[in-house]
Structure formats: C-alpha cells, structure tokens
Write a protein that binds this ligand. Sequence first.
Ligand code: R7I
Ligand code: MG
Length: 335
Amino acid sequence: MNLARRFAGCLVGGLLGDAIGAPVEAESRGYIRKAFRSVDDILALEKVEEMFGAYWTVGRYTDDTQMTECVARWLLHDGASDGCKLLARFSEAFRPARRYGSGTALILQAFEDHRDEWRSLATLMFPDGSYGNGSAMRSGPIGCRFYNDPPALFAACRLSSLTTHSHPLAIQGATLMAAAVAALVRSQTPLDIDRFLQGLELVLKRLARTGPEPTQYRQALEHISDGLKAAHEPARLADLLGTGIDAKESVPMALYCFLSSPQAFEPVIEQAVFLGGDTDTIASMAGSFSGALLGETALPQRWLARLCDEDITPASMGLIAHQLAELCGQGKSSG
Ligand code: R7I
Ligand code: MG
C-alpha cells in the first residue's frame, strides 16, 4: 500500500472520529445507548444543544483536529525543533468554540503576551503540567513523519507535549500514540497484534530510560492484552481502562477500540463513540490508528460527506498527508 495513503488514513481518520464523537462528547454510555442505535443515527442530527443555549452543528471538528493540523504544519514547515513555533501555530489557530480543555485555552490565550517565557506557560493552570489527553490527541502526524525514526519521534513528541502538557503522563501518552501510528503505517495487513503490542512495550521501556516509569501505561497494556485474549468488547474494558480526559485513560481505550476490530474502520468508531466520556478524542485517536493501518480508502464516504467545515477537510488533510510522505522521501513508493 502507498505510504501517503496510510498517512491520509491516519489524518482523515482522526478528523472523522473527532467530528463523529463531538455531538455526544462528555455524555454517559447509558445516555448514548438509549438515545442512538448507531453512528448513522447521530449523524442524522443537524445540531445538538451546547451549554448556555448555543448549538453544536453535527459534522464540525473540535480542538483535536485543529491542533493536529498545527502539529502537521509544524512538522512540514518548521522542522519540528522549536516548541515556540508550535505554540505560535496553536495560538493563532485557537478558537474557543472548538471546545478546548480549560488549561490549554489559558495557555493559548496567554501566549501572545508571554512569547519569551513560552516554556513556563505549560504550568499556568496545573503546577506539575497537565496530564490531559491534549498532547496525545494531536500526535498522529508525528507518528507519520517519523514512522521510521524512533529517536526523532520520541524527541518531537516530547517537545510538542512540553508546549502545553508537561506532565510525564501526557508525554508518555503522546509518545505511545505516535509510536502506535508509526508501527501501523509500517505494518503489513492483517495486523499481527502480538507483535504490535510487543512493540508498544518496547516504547514504554524506552520511555523509562529518559523519564519516570510508565507504570500506568504498562498496566493498561496488560489489561488490553488480557481483554483481547478473552475477546471482551471495548465497553467491558471501559471500567478498567477509563474513558476520561486523562491521557492515561483515553490512549489505551482508543487502542483497545482499534485492536478489537483491526480489519475495518466503521466498527472501531462505533465502539469508541458508544463508550461515552471523552468520545471525540477517543474516537479521533482510534480512527487515526485504524486509518494508519487500512489507508484512506477504508473510510466510509457517507460519513465523510457529513463533515461540514470548510477550512480543514478530508482533501486538505489528504494534501498534508501527501506532503508529509514526500518529506519522508516516500511520496510515491509503496509502504
Ligand atoms: O488536555 P486538554 O488539552 O484537553 C483535551 C480534551 C480533549 O478531550 C478535547 O477534545 C477537549 O475536550 O479537552 O486540556 P487540559 O485543560 O490540559 O486538561 C484537561 C483536563 O484534565 C483538566 O480540565 C483536568 O480535569 C484534567 N487535568 C488535571 N486535573 C488535575 N490536576 C489535567 N492535568 C491535571 C492536573 O494536574
Ligand atoms: Mg475535542
């Protein structure tokens, strides 16, 4: 399969998961299951109520996609070596209506007046740095760009994370996310799940060499392995792994949704969205994994047709994916 198509699968798959999960973000599993039978039911709505009387138009992307696009452009145009340049991209793209996390919003609003102290902004709200999933959710492009270069992947994930999420759990989650994407764009289909999980264990070992032990992620990988052996549905794992906004919950949960159905995109998203909790981010990360393995042709047209934004689209993300592949020297070769 063409590598650029895998990159496009990852970026557009992430966009699709984000937009599909957004209408039910932060709702409970029970509510979503009662209100809808399938993703198509959710996408049949035109809008959903937001807080304070506003409406969310179904088909819009959120902060996950907006920040992912910034990371991709940072990789393409800034060489991925300057955190300040990434933060400048985040700050310029920032639109509060895309539902940013409160700590991240604070940092992006403060950036313009504190450009020189950008390194200290990450602890503005949380003294130890945020352990939210905000840096993991935007790491897909790093996995693409450095799919064959682990040291560069680790360094870029760390730097990207430090701009807004300096807590070790956030850096570990971002690295696990990108490393999983990298392994998937390199992988043959069908996926060898045991080998894939062994690769993720090596990622954790490598993280332990340069920072605190990634104990929570190690435990989560054990739960994932046991759950897959027992063929448990993702909903059964949700109580163990969690579906919250913390990176340590949502990255493993997204991995489990993907690994439960590695052969098709649709069931991955169906499972992720119907878990409840941080549905847009879990579906976005799970969609990135699935797309990275299966390529953009695996994404259903009827879902793509429901995306309604005009600035970031499947076409614009597809173009970025092709440019990233060219930067890897693999634009037209097979992967
Ligand atoms: O991580 P972040 O950018 O939010 C991303 C999520 C995604 O689901 C998006 O779709 C969006 O909806 O939000 O935002 P942060 O503000 O950095 O962190 C998010 C949340 O993580 C915070 O509101 C806290 O609930 C929690 N959190 C912490 N709580 C206590 N102490 C993160 N770090 C801490 C902490 O140190
Ligand atoms: Mg979001």
